[in-house]
Design a protein around this ligand. Structure first.
Ligand code: DX5
Ligand code: ZN
Length: 216
């Protein structure tokens, strides 16, 4: 089990420093939130920034693509250094083809679903993924409140995880108060943006969350 810092809430004027802080605190992965202003209202980073981040760190980079037509950008996000590329079931026109394409390029294939999307929509694809991301907020912004009902999808995915061996990660509203609940559902990886970067120093916040995760 691991806390995965989301750079969305980091200080983008000094990303290298923010990355070093969570690296030092023991992070093994970084979560990169890619938003296009269409699939979600917000606009954030593109492959150019992923490349810049890649030059700063050897951590596992997971790119969460909250974009329309993800198929057009898979190559770019792998080429610039993403180890895992995560695409939305709601955005892809041919999810099976897109997942296979990510794997063909040598990266890990991730699938993600929004809170209103039923677990049944992803069920047929679980044999073809390396990573399942369960959104516990509606995507677009950091600092939102956890939608508790989404955690039941983690529990529903567990039997498939035993069979196919993918990671299960939750994204949105994870902090000191909600961590235990997300852990109890059976989560492996816990994305945390504002809880790591907005409160105190990221080094301390990451450590505190990690200790809570192991201690619970
Ligand atoms: C939301 C993003 C999240 C976000 C989480 O659209 O996908 O990764 O950074 O932020 P917090 O941890 O603040 O809810
Ligand atoms: Zn995300």
């Amino acid at each position: 089990m691991e806390i995965v810092p989301s750079l969305l809430s980091a200080d983008f004027s000094d990303l290298a420093k923010e990355i070093r802080a969570v690296e030092k605190a023991g992070a093994c992965r970084l979560h990169l939130d890619v938003m296009d202003g269409h699939f979600v209202p917000n606009i954030t980073i593109g492959p150019f920034i992923v490349e810049a981040i890649r030059r700063q760190t050897n951590l596992h980079l997971e790119s969460h693509l909250m974009i329309e037509n993800p198929d057009k950008y898979i190559d770019a996000f792998v080429k610039t250094g993403s180890d895992t590329v995560i695409i939305h079931i709601e955005a892809s026109k041919d999810i099976r083809k897109d997942l296979a394409h990510i794997r063909d390029l040598g990266a890990n294939a991730g699938l993600v679903l929004n809170p209103p999307t039923d677990f049944k929509a992803i069920e047929p694809h679980l044999a073809y993924i390396d990573h399942l991301l369960v959104m516990t907020v509606n995507p677009g912004f950091g600092g939102q409140k956890l939608i508790r009902s989404s955690l039941s999808k983690v529990t529903l995915a567990k039997p498939y995880q035993d069979k196919y061996g993918f990671y299960i990660e939750v994204d949105g509203g994870i902090n000191m108060d909600t961590l235990a609940e997300a852990k109890a559902a059976g989560t492996d990886l816990f994305v945390a943006g504002s809880a790591v970067f907005s409160k105190r120093q990221p080094y301390e916040s990451f450590k505190e969350l990690s200790e809570k995760l192991i201690g619970e």
